[in-house]
Structures are given as structure tokens and as C-alpha cells.
Unconditional design. Structure first.
Length: 696
């Protein structure tokens, strides 16, 4: 079980009229999202930073990304070393289904841009199969003009953080955050650049070697400006990378806007890109292939590190789990089940789910390597800002709906939706992580029984319905999340866990004034219907949510292709930036010699504990994963449909009365060990484990 969390409360804004509420009884005050114990599962969500694998970059429309190779001359810095022509040699194109690619490396060079809107500090973000390249600022150039005494405003879309008026407590102390985000030298560099220059033809030393781990060869390149008002979007281009060393891509590509780019901020100019693919023979990786950079998370079973892959220099997150602890806590089935869910859809399109890159093991540890999401947890941003405006919250919720739809379509129930398990990438898109409580092979009409999740987000049927619950629990949690994002507190939270269960089962939810439109309130009410058979999504799953009037202004096809500019763009200096992670972790290795020693041992694959017996080691057979072809038949057969054989089961719903949960006598647990799967959020949970019913 997890450590106790110290919750922080605040007074809610005044209630709106009595019409806008849900239920019959309500707590007297709203509760801010609690500040977590850093060793609890609620923080860091990064400890469970490992989600479903799949092509990290969705298929996008490429019609506007034609190389204008006939224009101008190519920069000398971009000259190829393989003797091919300097002019553009391949036009990006979209096509049908792609065959799985051989393992390899893709080198991307972004040399310069021309004809940009005037900007102070332009930089590029390139994403390939979810891995990121974040360039530095431009090199000094004689071609760009000096600024006048008063800098002129730069164009494009200003993406700023929303100020908070909610009084929400900070997840990270302001002193630590400031020291983590900025430095005097960084500030002076930016200040000197912005005072002296405006760039329209910037040149960069931007080059990256990406690991090729699936068949999606689409590269998304975006240009931004570090401006005084925020991170400004200057345009992007999608390029279909080559799959043959003999056909490299090089040339000028016109920058395009997103679907929501207004006409007066339409991007201008072109960007020069080179892409070269090389096959590699190595199929297996281990701890010695990675350099540990920083600790970024810590939990019951191990640590999460930011790491650099030595051959390509790519940055990943590496979760290291101690086998001995997993066995002692009887979490083998859940750990292997999480890994299998990550692998199960490795070849499917899941743009809003963190992708698994590699997994391997030593006699004492399990290693999971995934994409590093440099924007950090949504929880971090929500704690800092208090609440989001409706536009920003709607964007995140819409992308989450697509992530949940992908899981449900693959017969997976998520069961732990919360801000800690939602990450932001360098462009501001979300990525769902943490599949430790997920369950596979659950079809629409199946139920399951495991009592698991995080208390504030549990659906009533998890507490009350002896026949089990369905995938509709994910939509209840989504409703709680929408309320929390827009209102600034969790709607059912109470310090006493038993009271929180009663609030979930019977409590009234009131919307504060000036938060959420009527369509937004109706959407939340539909999700927080206590009868799962009448809940929004019960008939047509996520498609029903997508048709709700709250999303009338969302083009779901464009959203799925990431062709809508996110309302917030993280400010990052490089792909190793840890500004959006807790300094308690990111500075730990500098201050703790034992952590450094352990990291060094892990990087060499040395055993950190007494070796396990062969019979125990057999539980982890087949854990290694290097590409979509490596799903071991033994693991697939052994755990198919049995991810939670310790305490879970399937039941098909038959006829019967709807459960309206209108009686306190219904509020009891079916057995004492249902608590084993739940994430505790209060010491009061201990009082509940020993009995078979609530003490109310």
C-alpha cells in the first residue's frame, strides 16, 4: 500500500443556482487537488510513466508539405556525405498501410529557415515516433536585421499559461521551480539576442539520430519563438522520412499552419530538412546501452530515470523495478499485465498514449524504456495554475477521449484516470501513461471486480455493485477530471475516506459561478450519472461523448492528426530539460551519494539485491521487448485473459434491476481484500481494510 497523502483544502467559490448540481447531498466546501506525498502513487505519476506502445506520431495529411526544392540554394551546412544530389530528392507523400520496418536509425538535420515572420529567438521541435529533438536558438547571422530601440511585436499565436485565481496549493515550491526553470546566463543570452536581433532567416545546428522502432516514418517539425509573451507557433511541416538509405530526403519545405491558425497569423517561409535512414542489426538492448542522467521519479517498486541511449543520444524515461519487491508484494501478475498491455497494441495507432520503446531484465531488476515527455505531468500544471479555462480543459479532455477510445476499442479498461497519469509532450499534446491498474480482454458486456483506482475518481459501481463494473468506470473518472480541471477542486473529496465514499455514492456536486458553459455542465452531468447503464457513453462508448454539444467546435479527425495547435506550449531549452518535474527528484543524485552509486550499478546491470531463485525468475520469462515482433508466445498464452488472476474475474451482465444505490445499507464491500488494488489517499483507508463494511 502507498504512503499517506497530506491533503490541502480551500474554500470553494459560491455555489451557482440549485438547478446546476448533481445528486442530493454535498459537502460543505470544495476541496483543492491534494498536494501529494512524493512517495505515493499519486506523485509522481511519472513512476508509472509507462503506457501503451504504438506508432507515436499519427498519420497526418501531407498535401501541404511538398518540398520546394527548386527554389533558392541549399545551405552548405546541409550538404550530404553520401554523394546524392543537394537538391530535394523526394517529395513527402501519404499512402496506405505500411509494412513493419526493419530496426534502424533515422538522422534528421534541420539547418535553417527562410522568410519567417520576424522573431526574437526561433527554435525547432522535431518529433519522430514520439521521440523529440528540441533545438537551441539560432546561430548569429549577418542576414538578419537589427532591432530598433523599441522591439516590434512578433506574430503568430501566443500560447501562454492561464493565471490562477483559485488559491490552489503549489505541487512544487516556487523557490525550487524558479531555480529549475531559469538561470542568469540563460536569461542574459535571451535578453541580448532579443535586444539586438530580429530573425527571419535563422540557422540552427539541429541534428538528431532517432531510433526506428515501428513502421510509421512521419516526422513532425514545428517552429516556435521564445517571445516575451510566451511560446509562439510559427508553423510546422510533416515529412515522410525515407525507408531506404539510397533515397534520402533533403530540401526546402513550406511551413504550414494548424487547423485553428487564424489568417493574420498564417505561417510564412520554408525550412530546410535532411533525413537519412540506416538499418542496424542490433536487436537486443540492456542497461549498459543507456546513460542515466537524472532521477525523475520514485515509487514503491523502484525508480524512474531520465536516460540517454548511448548510440543515438536519444532521451528516454527508464523505469527500473526491483523483482524482489514485486514478488514480496505479490504484484507479479499486475506488473507483467502492464507490460503486456504496452506491447499488445505496439503496431496500432495510438497518438495520445505513451509508447514503450524497449524492455529488458537482469537477475534482480526489470527495465521499461519509454518516451520521455518533457512537458511533465498535467497534475504539475494544474497545481501551479489552480484551474484551466474551459478552452484549454476541453482540448485536453478531447485528446483524452481519443486515448480512452483507443483502449476501449482494444478491450482495455484503464481504471486510473487522473492528472498524475496524463503527460504533456514538447508541443503541448497529452499522452496517457500508467497501465499498472488497467485490465485487458474486457469486452463491452463484460464486468470485472477488482477494487482498484484512486479514491477521488472511483465510480459508484466500483464501491457498490456486487455484479462488478464495466469500462464505463473510465467515463465517470473523466467527469471528475473535467470538473477538477475547470473548477479547481475534486468534487467528492473528503479528509475521511469513508465520507469520500459516501460523497461518491450519494453526494451532490455543485458548479461554482463563472465556470463551465451550460454545454460543459451537461457533459459533466452525463458522465457523473451514477447508473452506468444510463451514463454518457453507455450506448456507443467514446463516439457518444464525441457527439455531445460540448464538442461541437472540435474536428475530431484534425484532432487525431494533431493538426490543432494546443492552447499551451511548454517552455523548454532542450530535450533534457526537467523544468516540469519535481526538483526533489531531479536534484537528488547531486545530493545523495547512495543514489549515484545505485544508478551506476543499474547502468552496468549489476545486481542490486540477492538473486532470486530460478522458480521465481520464471515469472518474468519473456519480459524483454525490442520491437513489435518480440511479443513472446509464452507470455501471450500464459497471461491472455488472466491479467489479474489473483483477485479479479469476468462476469457477463444478465437481466435485472438497475442499481440506483439509494440506500446506505448497500454501501458495503464484498470482501475485505478488495482494498488490495486501490491507491490509498488517506490513513483512514487502514480503518476500512479490517472490516467488511463501511462504518457509517
Amino acid at each position: 500500500m502507498m504512503q499517506e497523502i497530506n491533503h490541502i483544502t480551500r474554500t470553494a467559490p459560491p455555489d451557482d443556482d440549485n438547478i446546476d448540481h448533481i445528486g442530493t447531498d454535498t459537502p460543505g466546501s470544495g476541496i483543492a487537488t491534494p498536494q501529494p506525498d512524493p512517495h505515493d502513487k499519486r506523485l509522481p505519476g511519472i513512476m508509472s510513466y509507462f503506457g501503451q506502445s504504438g506508432p507515436p506520431t499519427p498519420t497526418r495529411a501531407l498535401s501541404a508539405a511538398q518540398s520546394s526544392q527548386s527554389e533558392g540554394k541549399e545551405p552548405q551546412a546541409a550538404a550530404s556525405n553520401d554523394g546524392a544530389e543537394k537538391s530535394g530528392t523526394q517529395t513527402p507523400r501519404s499512402g496506405g498501410a505500411q509494412a513493419p520496418a526493419a530496426k534502424g536509425k533515422l538522422t534528421i538535420k534541420i539547418a535553417e529557415a527562410r522568410g519567417l515572420r520576424k522573431c526574437r529567438d526561433p527554435y525547432v521541435v522535431a518529433v519522430f515516433q514520439r521521440s523529440e529533438l528540441i533545438s537551441g536558438g539560432p546561430r548569429p547571422s549577418e542576414d538578419d536585421e537589427n532591432l530598433s530601440a523599441t522591439p516590434t511585436a512578433t506574430g503568430s499565436i501566443a500560447i501562454q499559461r492561464q493565471a490562477s485565481d483559485s488559491g490552489r496549493p503549489m505541487a512544487i515550491p516556487m523557490r525550487s521551480r524558479q531555480s529549475s526553470n531559469t538561470s542568469i546566463s540563460d536569461y542574459n543570452t535571451f535578453r541580448n539576442r532579443s535586444v539586438n536581433k530580429l530573425f527571419t532567416n535563422p540557422k540552427w545546428d539541429a541534428e538528431a539520430v532517432f531510433d526506428v522502432v515501428d513502421s510509421n516514418f512521419l516526422v513532425d517539425i514545428s517552429v516556435y519563438d521564445h517571445s516575451a509573451t510566451g511560446e509562439e507557433f510559427l508553423g510546422h511541416v510533416n515529412i515522410q522520412a525515407p525507408k531506404d538509405r539510397e533515397l534520402p530526403v533533403r530540401g526546402w519545405f513550406p511551413l504550414q499552419g494548424h487547423a485553428n491558425t487564424v489568417a493574420e497569423n498564417a505561417p510564412t517561409g520554408d525550412i530546410y530538412v535532411e533525413a537519412l535512414y540506416q538499418r542496424t542489426e542490433k536487436k537486443h538492448f540492456g542497461p549498459t546501452d543507456f546513460e542515466i542522467l537524472r532521477l525523475i521519479g520514485k515509487g514503491t517498486f523502484g525508480q524512474v530515470y531520465q536516460v540517454r541511449k548511448k548510440d543515438t543520444q536519444r532521451i528516454y524515461a527508464m523505469k527500473v523495478l526491483q523483482k524482489k519487491v514485486i514478488v514480496q508484494k505479490k504484484e507479479v501478475a499486475h506488473t507483467v499485465g502492464e507490460r503486456n498491455i504496452l506491447v499488445r497494441t505496439a503496431t496500432t495507432d495510438s497518438p495520445f498514449i505513451v509508447g514503450l520503446k524497449f524492455s529488458f531484465q537482469t537477475p534482480s531488476e526489470l527495465y521499461l524504456v519509454t518516451d520521455y515527455m518533457s512537458g511533465g505531468e498535467l497534475f504539475w500544471h494544474l497545481q501551479k495554475e489552480g484551474r484551466f479555462d474551459e478552452r484549454r480543459a476541453k482540448f485536453y479532455i478531447a485528446e483524452l477521449i481519443l486515448a480512452i477510445q483507443h483502449l476501449h476499442n482494444n478491450d482495455i479498461v484503464y481504471r486510473d484516470l487522473k492528472p498524475e497519469n496524463i503527460l504533456l509532450d514538447a508541443n503541448g499534446h497529452i499522452a496517457l501513461c500508467d497501465f499498472g491498474l488497467s485490465k485487458a480482454n474486457l469486452t463491452k458486456n463484460d464486468t470485472t471486480n477488482t477494487f482498484c483506482g484512486t479514491t477521488e475518481y472511483l465510480a459508484p459501481e466500483v464501491l457498490l455493485d456486487e455484479s462488478g463494473y464495466t469500462k464505463m468506470v473510465d467515463f465517470w473518472s473523466l467527469g471528475v477530471l473535467v470538473f477538477e480541471m475547470c473548477c479547481g477542486w475534486s468534487p467528492f473529496y473528503a479528509e475521511d475516506t469513508q465520507q469520500m465514499y459516501k460523497n461518491i455514492a450519494f453526494g451532490k456536486v455543485r458548479f461554482p459561478r463563472d465556470t463551465l458553459s451550460q454545454e460543459g455542465r451537461n457533459f459533466v452531468k452525463g458522465l457523473l450519472n451514477r447508473n452506468p447503464k444510463h451514463r454518457l457513453g453507455a450506448i456507443d462508448d467514446a463516439e457518444e461523448l464525441k457527439r455531445h454539444p460540448f464538442f461541437d467546435d472540435i474536428d475530431w479527425n484534425l484532432l487525431a492528426q494533431k493538426r490543432i495547435t494546443p492552447p499551451f506550449k511548454p517552455k523548454l531549452k532542450s530535450e533534457t530539460d526537467v523544468s516540469y518535474f519535481d526538483p526533489e527528484f531531479t536534484t537528488a543524485m547531486e545530493q545523495n551519494g547512495s543514489l549515484n552509486e545505485r544508478a551506476a550499478a543499474l547502468a552496468q546491470g549489476y545486481a542490486a539485491s540477492t538473486p532470486l531463485s530460478p522458480s521465481v525468475q520464471a515469472n518474468f520469462q519473456g519480459f524483454t521487448f525490442v520491437d513489435e515482433s518480440a511479443l513472446d508466445d509464452h507470455m501471450r498464452d500464459r497471461f491472455h485473459g488472466d491479467d489479474e488472476d489473483m483477485d479479479d474475474g469476468h462476469h457477463h451482465r444478465s437481466g435485472g434491476n438497475d442499481d440506483d444505490w439509494d440506500n446506505l445499507d448497500d454501501l458495503n464491500l464484498r470482501n475485505a481484500n478488495r482494498m488490495s488494488g486501490i491507491v490509498k489517499t488517506s490513513s483512514h483507508d487502514e480503518q476500512m481494510v479490517g472490516g467488511s463494511h463501511f462504518d457509517v
